[in-house]
Design a protein around this ligand. Structure first.
Ligand code: 5AD
Ligand code: SF4
Length: 417
């Protein structure tokens, strides 16, 4: 989400004559696009911000701005803490970036923007095969641990025509795959619901693959499972955060589903969409989590057999409901539980990938592999990275491969067509 917000900032800046540089020492403007999902992200930002102070001594005309969720939460406190910051703006005010640059310093723009979903921002994307497209902003769910509803505001869905036009433009530029973005894409609701939007976007010529993140289990309908199964371009892959396998903890988290309901949704998806890959998020050491609750989570991982997970230690976010819950756990307990979750899932991920050895898969080539320059890398429809021993100019091509070796993070294949 933040990377894509940065692409929007680049788009706005390009329109007023800026270009980007990799060298902050040469920059006229430095924007920190910040994340506050966990405390660690906030700490990283403040140490980076401290490092940048000296740049201003050498370049008095340099302007420094802070954007994103920390900007939204802290507002003018950031300027109080670091007076060399010139302006601060939240995720709902990116469209005014050009105004902030031309106005005098000290602007703090963190107001709610009721028109957010109606504003089509210019987007400066990196050249490539895959493109992100925002379909909805904000979140109404108020999971008790989460800061997002406070920083990104209430849900607002973009009109489907705006999204269709943007995707058509992306296709004309040669991108082959889109990932639809939202905190909770399956509660998308404008003139169409989310399956309706997928149907509409499936018609855009030139786009070969459609993905989406993130889905909330409560809104995962049979209609959506049907759409994934039936629409040719919608990939057989879903990120469906479980967070915990314990009903007690799910309740404290305000996730509004039980583990049984989650399991039923996974069964439905696997029935309707054969071969679907499912990934998830887990939080280790939520306040009040007992050893038994933790075992429910590891049992759930064993039962669900996810293709991969992102797991995090619970991090207290000031102002959220979970910050006030009794029974916060010591750091070492959270770390131990996280380590156990990660190591268990590592084995499961590898086992899932091993199932693909000697199968044929369709991959969309993204370019030279990051880890081995003598190979090309692409992804399966199920979002697994496959490398093949070629360096041809195949970027953007969809080819058939046979998987020869499965590893935890990637697969090795050979080209068939
Ligand atoms: N502590 C730990 N993990 C969190 N997440 C969100 N908020 C917190 C928090 N306070 C995780 C959830 C979510 C993912 C994006 O980040 O697992 O799905
Ligand atoms: Fe946060 Fe829950 Fe909304 Fe996801 S659904 S952004 S975890 S409040």
């Amino acid at each position: 989400m933040n990377v894509h917000d940065t692409e929007k900032m680049f788009g706005v800046l390009k329109n007023i004559g800026y270009s980007n540089t990799d060298n902050p020492g040469k920059a006229d403007l430095i924007i920190f696009n910040t994340c506050s999902i966990r405390q660690k992200a906030e700490q990283k930002f403040y140490s980076e911000l401290g490092r940048i102070k000296s740049y201003k001594k050498n370049r008095p005309n340099l302007r420094i701005a802070v954007a994103g969720c920390i900007a939204q939460r802290e507002g003018k406190k950031i300027i109080k803490k670091a007076s060399y910051v010139d302006f601060v703006f939240g995720p709902q005010n990116i469209h005014k970036l050009a105004d902030f640059i031309s106005s005098s310093n000290g602007t703090v723009a963190v107001s709610d923007n009721p028109y957010l979903a109606l504003i089509d921002l210019p987007v400066q994307r990196e050249a490539g095969v895959r493109a992100w497209v925002t379909i909805m902003y904000g979140c109404n769910n108020f999971c008790s641990y989460c800061v997002v509803p406070y920083t990104r505001g209430r849900e607002k869905s973009r009109p489907s025509e705006h999204i269709y036009a943007e995707v058509s433009e992306i296709a004309e530029k040669g991108y082959k795959e889109i990932t639809l973005l939202g905190q909770n894409v399956n509660s998308y609701q404008s003139d169409l619901n989310f399956p309706g939007l997928l149907k509409k976007l499936n018609r855009v010529g030139g786009i070969e693959r459609i993905r989406f993140v993130t889905s909330h289990p409560k809104d995962l309908s049979p209609e959506l499972a049907d759409a994934i199964a039936e629409l040719s371009k919608v990939c057989e892959n879903i990120h469906l955060p479980l967070q915990s396998g314990s009903d007690n903890i799910l309740k404290l988290m305000n996730r509004v589903y039980s583990y049984d309901i989650y399991r039923d949704k996974v069964i439905l998806l696997r029935e309707k969409v054969p071969g679907i890959s499912i990934t998830s998020d887990i939080i280790a050491g939520f306040p009040g989590e007992t050893e038994e609750d933790h075992i429910r989570t590891t049992d759930a991982l064993k039962e669900m057999q996810f293709d991969g997970i992102f797991a995090f230690k619970f991090s207290t976010r000031p102002g959220t409901a979970a910050a006030k819950i009794e029974g916060h756990l010591p750091e070492n307990v959270k770390s131990e539980r996280l380590a156990e979750i990660l190591s268990l899932q590592d084995d499961i991920t590898l086992r899932r990938n091993l199932l693909l050895e000697n199968t044929q898969q369709e991959i969309l080539i993204e370019g030279i592999s990051d880890t081995d320059k003598s190979r090309l890398a692409g992804r399966t429809r199920t979002n697994k990275i496959v490398t093949i021993p070629e360096t041809d100019k195949l970027r953007g091509a969809i080819i058939k491969v046979e998987i020869k070796k499965a590893r935890k993070h990637s697969l090795e294949g050979i080209r068939l067509t």
